[in-house]
Design a protein around this ligand. Structure first.
Ligand code: ZN
Length: 141
């Protein structure tokens, strides 16, 4: 993909603050960090969605994120590090790795209905809806 931002980064055509690089993946700092250290881990090959990554490549990304998370815990003295894919902004699969200085650093607005300092548990769904949802997902795997 010639006009993909992350393909250009993977090819070395754009400067990044690199954390790790090997033949298959690259990790570098997010330009707009949620917190200092917020990193992205990408496959060098162009894949849009994380669910389409070959399993070995997904495992490499997760293992790299685990190493980064352990380093973040040592460096920043945080209790937890979050790792997630959102599929937003750049259509090239990328895992965010964020040291969590605050419990809501990566919370969904769905948890914050009562304000930032209050954790709002979303309502439970009816047992029949939960059962049907689990069945749909299970049967779709
Ligand atoms: Zn790409």
């Amino acid at each position: 993909m010639t006009d993909c931002l992350f393909c250009k980064i993977a090819a070395g055509d754009l400067p990044v603050h690199r954390i790790h690089e090997d033949a298959h993946i690259m990790a570098f700092l997010d330009l707009h960090p949620i917190r200092r250290g917020h990193a992205l881990v990408i496959p060098k090959a162009h894949h849009v969605w994380f669910e389409d990554l070959p399993e070995d490549l997904a495992t490499r990304i997760t293992s790299c994120a685990q190493r980064i998370a352990r380093a973040m815990k040592r460096l920043y003295q945080v209790e937890r590090v979050s790792m997630f894919y959102t599929g937003i902004h750049v259509p090239h699969a990328h895992a965010h790795v964020v040291p969590m200085f605050h419990i809501h650093d990566v919370s969904s607005a769905a948890y914050l209905q009562s304000g930032l300092e209050h954790f709002t548990t979303p309502p439970q769904l009816a047992a029949a809806v939960m059962e049907q949802t689990a069945l749909e997902l299970r049967n779709s795997l």
